[in-house]
Design a protein around this ligand. Structure first.
Ligand code: ADP
Length: 447
């Protein structure tokens, strides 16, 4: 087992990894920018190293500084968390070339899944169903028009290197295609330095359903069921649930079998998530994330598993040691992402937290690096806390979440807590019958 793990991240996820390390008797090294010198992930770590100025490209994305921090502190493994360098294959490769273990999949699999065209191609070969669309990258507007005519409008132009909902444009009719093509490519080039795009049929009422898996180095792959992440704004998740209100347990088993079979054939290792759109009883793969996800806690709660601990054990070469039959699904879990933003305009609102009181009680979990007196810096993602509840069924989970939101006091910055309270109160949300397009309309309607 590792003796010391460097956590190449900040905020709640750095703390999350640190907690797993501590319980496993592994020392942790925090890295931080000058803006984060007082951050909780630094305060609670066994050691910390400043790796640069506030801008992420000079600190949390600064590979030489992170590698030096690992060398100086004698860390024998690096956990990348999510975001930042977590899906950077060169980083994984360089880390391993320095004799340090990368807690994640192989660089080859990170590269493959980072290119969504290659990912879809691989999944198709492995027998995983896809959203209908172009066979690979689109080389011209004329080629795009041809594919669109074939699959039928509306269509979606998507960036091969896409992430965070960027580089994605809908064309409802042939008239809109030229513009969507242009905008998607320009956005993709600006965001990812790569203007390669492909096309998918734009589904009008899908749910976003994803499968969490773990794979060890010896060919064993298990799944931890699905998460429903259909509550999205601008293709970004706001609230996630396990399990999906739309799925039966036999559908879960079936999808789980498809996914684990594919990843076993691929020789994948460590944690991963396959994302699907689900409409009219059909699953269609859209992408795979080769890292821990923000919403991993809902799966942890229903499966009673510590996914970070498992990631660390796998990276250290331990076998999973259990099979699918050992994974049980118990009750229902909901997570909300709380951001320091205006709940109506979504304009970021960093600043000083003057009072902080997290909720508690049975089935309530708060993953956050906040404390009273902390100043939320303006340089990074505006998510400041995740509130997770677990209960015997969905109705009780909703009641518990409403109660927990009411107890939660974060004073000093505007947060999205009031929006979440409004969502939880809504009869459509409570019915469980909604699609990925529902929240956008709900937000537009206002309070
Ligand atoms: P990113 O990597 O930018 O997050 P994804 O491919 O994961 O992009 O898609 C993000 C979200 O965009 C999905 O969860 C879904 O809400 C929406 N989306 C993606 N593809 C389609 C599609 N073909 N039809 C309708 N919505 C889609």
């Amino acid at each position: 087992m590792f003796r010391k793990i460097l956590i190449a991240n900040r905020g709640e996820i750095a703390l999350r990894v640190q907690r797993a390390c501590r319980e496993m008797g592994i020392a942790s090294v925090a890295v931080h920018s000058t803006a984060d010198a007082d951050a909780m992930h630094v305060r609670l770590a066994d050691e910390s190293v400043c790796i640069g100025p506030p801008a992420a490209r000079d600190s949390y994305l600064n590979m030489p500084a992170i590698l030096s921090a690992a060398a100086i502190t004698g860390a024998d493994a690096i956990h990348p968390g999510y975001g930042f360098l977590s899906e950077n294959a060169s980083f994984a490769e360089i880390v391993e070339a320095h004799g340090i273990a990368f807690i994640g999949p192989s660089p080859a699999h990170i590269t493959m899944m980072g290119d969504k065209i290659a990912a879809k191609d691989a999944m198709k070969r492995l027998g995983v169903p896809l959203v209908p669309g172009s066979d690979g990258a689109l080389t011209s507007l004329a080629a795009a028009a041809e594919v669109a005519a074939e699959i039928g409008y509306p269509v979606l132009i998507k960036a091969a290197a896409g992430g965070g909902g960027r580089g994605m444009k809908v064309a409802h009719t042939a008239d809109e295609l030229a513009e969507a093509w242009q905008v998607a490519r320009t956005e993709a080039k600006a965001a990812f330095g790569n203007d390669s795009v492909y096309m998918e049929k734009y589904l009008d009422r899908p749910r976003h359903i994803e499968m969490q898996i773990l794979a060890d180095n010896y060919g064993d792959v298990v799944h931890f069921g699905e998460r429903d992440c259909s509550l999205q704004r601008r293709h970004q998740k706001l609230l996630e649930e396990a399990g999906s209100p739309a799925l039966t347990s036999s559908q879960r088993t079936e999808l789980g079998e498809t996914v684990t079979r594919a990843l076993r054939q691929l020789g994948y290792r460590n944690a991963g998530t396959l994302e699907f759109l689900y409409q009219d009883g059909q699953f269609a793969f859209i992408e795979m994330n080769t890292r821990l996800q923000v919403e991993h806690p809902v799966s942890e709660m229903v499966c009673d598993v510590d996914l970070v601990r498992e990631q660390i054990r796998i990276a250290a070469g331990q076998p999973l040691g259990y099979d699918q039959s050992a994974v049980r699904f118990r009750g229902h879990a909901i997570e909300i992402r709380i951001t320091a933003e205006d709940p109506e305009t979504f304009i970021p609102n960093p600043g000083l937290i003057s009072l902080y009181h997290p909720p508690g009680g049975l089935g309530v979990r708060v993953d956050s690096a906040l404390y009273a007196g902390y100043r939320v810096p303006p340089y990074y993602d505006s998510m400041i806390a995740k509130l997770i509840v677990h209960a015997p069924d969905r109705a009780q989970a909703i009641a518990r979440m409403r109660r927990a939101i009411d107890e939660f006091a974060i004073i000093g910055v505007k947060t999205t807590l009031p929006l979440h309270r409004r969502i939880l109160d809504d009869p459509t949300f409570q019915s469980g019958d909604y699609t990925i397009h529902w929240l956008e309309r709900f937000v537009a309607k206002g309070a």
